[in-house]
Design a protein around this ligand. Structure first.
Ligand code: TRP
Length: 335
């Protein structure tokens, strides 16, 4: 069975953008592959090093969200990056195989540095070694678990490519040791926010969180953006510019044709349409809420899941580091 490795930064609660864009697919993958889902706290710290509490608190939230959407700890491993010291060791080892100019040219890093002026300065004059180097640490994440396939969004492709380069260089210098991972691109959509913006984002506050209560969902949907040209209840409207319609579609409301038809004919007021969406959305989220509540009421179980996932993951990482040290002739007292 092939190995899947992918990760998430614990910097906030997960929302429906994560669900439809990635997690829904992860739930399927766990039946077909050996899955390792990493909660990347060390990577989260590269741009949150001043907020350790935020990262710590979100580890549990992210774990709960993963369990809520149906990641099954009996099938997949959920683990915490910092609990696997082999990743840190590999990061140091790989750092010789990457040039600084190559890291600067990594498109993902370049974009992110630009977005983080507050941390790294206008021209990147305060850029840290850790942030610039996180692709190296991500290469360690992937290879430490013999990741064959890495399911990620297209924004992450330059990071996978960088990992492949490191693997090739390693194998070229020290002998064939590591496997080149491949990305697993899925045709998962980028989910729009309730405010109509192109992306649902943690920091944008325009999304529905997996952990939102029924009341929170109702409040958010009531504020969702609808066709701005529709003023009165019986005005005809264009569902294609309405976020409420967009979400009806997203959760596959079986009444979708009626929603569209009535909206276009001016036979459906936005408030009623929102109320219908609230009911359907809460129905959709019900199994997530039930699983979340189960684990929330059994906090020891969450610790168990993370400990077991970490221990399984570490077994593989230990093997890998052994092979690597052997290839590099730094396996001094190994028999
Ligand atoms: N960089 C990824 C993100 O921001 C998270 C991540 C960490 C990751 N380690 C990984 C993704 C390894 C794939 C493989 O979403």
């Amino acid at each position: 069975m092939k190995n899947i490795l992918t990760g998430l930064r614990p910097t906030g609660k997960l929302h429906l953008g994560h669900y439809f864009g990635a997690l829904q697919n992860w739930v399927k993958l766990q039946d077909e592959y050996n899955c390792y889902f990493e909660i990347a706290d060390i990577q989260a710290l590269t741009d949150n090093f001043e907020n350790p509490k935020k990262v710590r608190d979100n580890i549990k939230e992210v774990a709960l969200d993963l369990l809520a959407v149906g990641i099954d700890p009996n099938k997949a491993n959920i683990f915490i990056q910092s609990m696997i010291p082999e990743i840190a060791e590999l990061t140091v080892i790989y750092s010789n195989l990457v040039t600084i100019s190559r890291l600067y040219r990594n498109p993902t890093i370049k974009t992110e540095i630009g977005q983080k002026e507050h941390l790294f300065g206008k021209n990147g004059e305060s850029l840290t070694y850790g942030f610039l180097g996180y692709p190296v640490s991500q290469a360690a994440d992937i290879t430490a678990f013999k990741g064959d396939l890495v399911p990620v969004g297209d924004d992450q492709l330059p990071l996978i490519e960088q990992c492949r380069e490191i693997v090739r260089k390693f194998n070229h210098i020290y002998g064939e040791t590591l496997k080149e991972p491949e990305h697993l691109l899925t045709d998962t959509p980028r989910i729009k926010g309730l405010d109509g913006s192109e992306k649902m984002g943690k920091s944008l506050g325009n999304g529905i969180n997996i952990s939102d209560s029924e009341e929170e969902v109702a409040k958010k949907i009531m504020n969702a953006v609808t066709d701005p040209d529709k003023i009165k209840k019986d005005d005809k409207a264009n569902p294609d510019v309405c976020m409420v319609y967009y979400y009806h579609k997203l959760i596959k409301n079986d009444n979708i044709n009626t929603v569209k038809c009535e909206c276009e004919k001016g036979m459906r007021g936005c408030v009623d349409c929102k109320k219908e969406l609230i009911n359907k959305m809460n129905e959709y989220l019900k199994p997530f809420r039930e699983r979340r509540a189960y684990y929330e009421n059994n906090p020891d179980l969450i610790d168990e899941v993370l400990k077991k996932g970490t221990s399984n993951a570490q077994k593989v990482a230990k093997e890998v580091i052994k092979e690597i040290k052997h290839s590099m002739m730094i396996d001094y007292f190994d028999k």
